[in-house]
Design a protein around this ligand. Structure first.
Ligand code: MTE
Length: 327
């Protein structure tokens, strides 16, 4: 999706793989001994074929299978954590895992502002603790026409948002990613207007499929996937799934979003997966399901489904809207 030629980073900025784990800090941030996490009744499966020594993050206790999960073959943990988009670390698919070793996901807090009765700064532990963690195996369809099937661990976004008691003026919810140039080498390139921003209409945000994720494959999120807290909206293109969230705003008007600001003709606010509306530079009719062959552009092509296969659950949110215009 990148539009501008970005100079290659000097070799000295490349971080060795061995430094990418921040186990203790993540453990502390999620307060694993907390009551909500202990309330779970099972352990999520680890990624297929992953060796214990390679596993990122710390194990999480989650509830059993969610009715919202797909049975499709899961993408390997290796692919899900080594083929990423996280432009704050660079625009290459391997930049996020290679260059995120300096990123500190703890301590972490989220500023909540705007049209809600309860606003202020909240520690991540306090946001997560009252909730039971669920595993949701979702399809993820990137706007670049590749896809994965990822077992996320998280909390329905609605359950967290309701605790702030949004007022009737809250028509949208806006999210902002942390902006730390010393830890995120991609921020020195003007590929996007930083910080990364995303947003949802309030009814989209309150839909039960929208998830605030703290983990994947039963473990806390690694930096490259958006540690320690990211959004997952499975019926929309992956760029709506904003990573490393530090701010949530309840707004009355539609918030500005990074990709829409940078290339509004290519990336709309709604960004619902729609095989009938081509990106100006490529078709959205099909996608590559990544299976150990991330850079092979000819691999594994399958048809893309309206709303990424979640139409039964979400199409009614857009009744009466022309999705060719409101893309
Ligand atoms: N969030 C931030 N802050 N920065 C990014 O560059 N990339 C988005 C989204 N969230 C991005 C982001 C895009 S384009 C996709 S496809 C997904 O993250 C990829 O998520 P994953 O790397 O965990 O698979």
């Amino acid at each position: 999706m990148r539009r501008y030629a970005v100079p290659a980073p000097p070799g000295s900025q490349i971080t060795p793989e061995s430094t990418w784990l921040r186990r203790r800090q993540i453990l502390k941030a999620l307060a694993l001994a907390g009551p909500a996490l202990a309330a779970g009744c099972g352990r999520a499966e680890d990624g297929a074929g992953a060796q214990a020594a390679e596993l990122p993050g710390e194990p999480l206790t989650v509830t059993g299978r969610s009715a919202y999960s797909t049975d499709e073959t899961r993408t390997s943990l290796r692919d899900a954590t080594h083929y990423n988009n996280y432009y704050e670390f660079g625009t290459g698919k391997d930049d996020p895992w290679r260059r995120s070793g300096r990123f500190k996901p703890a301590p972490w807090s989220v500023e909540v502002a705007g049209h809600a009765e309860l606003t202020g700064r909240f520690a991540l532990e306090d946001l997560v603790k009252p909730h039971t963690l669920e595993e949701r195996v979702y399809r993820m369809r990137c706007v670049e026409a590749w896809s994965m099937v990822i077992p996320w661990v998280g909390i329905p976004l609605a359950d967290v948002l309701k605790r702030f008691r949004p007022t009737s003026q809250a028509k949208y919810v806006a999210f902002t990613t942390v902006e730390r140039p010393a830890e995120m080498p991609g921020l020195s390139y003007p590929v996007l207007r930083w910080p990364y921003r995303e947003g949802l209409r309030i009814d989209e945000a309150m839909h039960p499929l929208a998830l605030l994720a703290v983990g994947l494959y039963g473990r806390t999120l690694p930096a490259q996937n958006g540690a320690p807290l990211r959004l997952v909206v499975p019926w929309k293109y992956g760029f709506k799934g904003i990573k490393s969230i530090v701010r949530i705003d309840f707004t009355e008007s539609q918030p500005a979003t990074s990709w829409n600001l940078s290339a509004g003709d290519e990336y709309g606010f709604f960004a619902n997966v729609n095989p009938a509306v081509s990106h100006p530079r490529w078709s959205q009719a099909s996608e590559r399901r990544i299976a150990g062959d991330g850079l092979n552009l000819l691999g594994n092509r399958i048809a893309t489904l309206p709303f990424n296969g979640y139409a039964d659950q979400v199409a009614s949110l857009y009744a009466g809207m022309d999705l060719r215009i409101h893309y």
